[in-house]
Design a protein around this ligand. Structure first.
Ligand code: GTP
Ligand code: MG
Length: 197
């Protein structure tokens, strides 16, 4: 799929105020600093669309971007950011979970994992929560440019094998880098297929 236009539409702190209508919507989630906003910019070919930062906790609202005038990309805050106080962490969690469970238009959730990291409890618990709630999701490994080609593939395979110890099958898996554009076509093709449903 070719992206001709992508523009910011609105930020919200609760899903009930998000855009009306039944456009397909794809949200990006994952731990703080995993590369959600950067991936959105890479996919849309606009490095300034979503705000990124090397300091975790940059995105704090539900951000809607209208793509090709037809469907939405949604940038969400990261989860598990320890530097913020407990109260703000809990507020963010309520906002994120409210959005995920309450947003009918969300066709698929992309859960980002830093490809350099071993499986972490917080991510596994989040995957399990999605499974228990029947949320459709795919796993997107990020920052593959930081590993060699073989090392990257091996690391991802190891991560997936670990998941398969307790899961019967894997959701769709994507290998990406916002630095070198890896995975862009695959992700956009996947979204294009889902848009047709
Ligand atoms: P929060 O909004 O704070 O939760 O973070 P985020 O998940 O949106 O991460 P963001 O896109 O802001 O990126 C965090 C940092 O990682 C920035 O310094 C990015 O430049 C860097 N980064 C993101 N993606 C990549 C990537 O694919 N490769 C490399 N090398 N760096 C990346
Ligand atoms: Mg962000």
């Amino acid at each position: 799929m070719i992206i001709n236009s992508a523009r910011f539409e609105i930020s919200n702190s609760t899903h009930s105020r998000c855009p009306q209508g039944m456009r397909h919507e794809y949200a990006f989630i994952g731990r703080s600093n995993v590369g959600k906003s950067s991936l959105i910019n890479m996919l849309t070919g606009n490095s300034k669309l979503a705000k990124t930062s090397s300091t975790p906790g940059k995105t704090l609202l539900i951000n809607h971007f209208l793509v090709n005038g037809e469907w939405y990309i949604v940038d969400l805050p990261g989860y598990g950011f320890a530097m913020r106080g407990k109260q703000q962490r809990e507020q963010l969690e309520t906002m994120i979970k409210g959005y995920i469970l309450g947003r009918e238009q969300m066709t698929n959730l992309f859960v980002l994992i830093d490809s350099r990291h071993e499986p972490m409890k917080i991510d596994i618990e989040f995957f399990n929560w999605l499974g228990e709630n029947g949320v459709p999701f795919a796993i997107v490994f990020t920052k593959l440019d930081k590993l060699g080609n073989d090392a990257g593939r091996r690391k991802v395979q190891k991560y997936c094998n670990k998941l398969l110890e307790s899961w019967e099958e894997l959701p769709p898996v994507f290998l990406t880098s916002s630095e070198d554009g890896r995975g862009k076509e695959e992700l956009l093709d996947y979204i294009e297929q889902l848009n047709k449903l």
